[in-house]
Design a binder for this molecule. Sequence first.
Ligand code: GRG
Length: 287
Amino acid sequence: MSFDIEFQKRRQLVEDYLSQVNLNLKSKVPGGAKALADSMEYSLFTGGKRFRPVLSLLTAEATNVGYDRVLPWAAAIEMIHTYSLIHDDLPCMDDDDQRRGRPTNHRVYGEATALLAGDALLTQAFLHLGKSYVDVPYIGLELISLLGEAAGAAGMISGQMLDLATVEGARIESHQQVENLHRLKTGALISASVMGVAVIGRFPLPIKDALSRYSENLGLAFQLADDLHDYNPENPEKSGYPFVIGLKETQDMLRVVSETAIDALRPLGDKAKLLVDLVRYNQSREL
Ligand code: GRG
């Protein structure tokens, strides 16, 4: 079966699970705040690839952890991702009119509601973890810490802050600086998608180390492929890899980190085949 079909099968599981979560959430939002629920739903279900939650499911398969234990984690990650995109598009950030080929959240619901929808998705992610892992509290607490670290000031938000500084004129000149920015902004959440499964499965250290190396390199590869796909030599992104390190160097680096990610999976054996395919699929996004 082609990887695309495998990916879409897992993506459908994520859609079904998120739809259930959303129904439950909507039943708790008072009638007077209907626009908030609509705004959250709009961004949660407008054509995201579901790369991060599918990555969590593929990690679970490669390590014999049940989907039912991992889906709440995968959904929490997607809620955080969705909130970050809503806020990233706001007038005070990128001020974008379109995302995924449709009007951005604030263009449909207004800036204040979009801000609150992002806030609510961020909060809901942690609530969902608290409720879903209440039967094994030490796992729930560890997941909450992991997500807080990846998405907060030690992770994604600082990455966004470094990126904002480049828009305001700060120059990123070294490989080290650009890598640091993207490790935080994009890599931290991608890495957490994998490492949450390691928490749920209580894996031994060698497997945790293998997954950590895999996920960190995949996170870099994801950003490199994205930068190559979006590269416009007329108006290059100042915080993008091609602008900072050069186009050929970016292509070379994508190859190197992809091979490193695949190599890291060796201790998992054949069961990790779809995680390998995901790296190849990501490489093909460059085009
Ligand atoms: C505003 C708190 C805050 C954070 C924003 C992640 C982020 C930080 C902003 C998103 C902007 C961006 C272009 C980031 C680069 C990473 C990236 C390619 C995100 C888009 O992820 P995909 O491709 O999106 O998985 P879909 O649409 O498929 O869900």
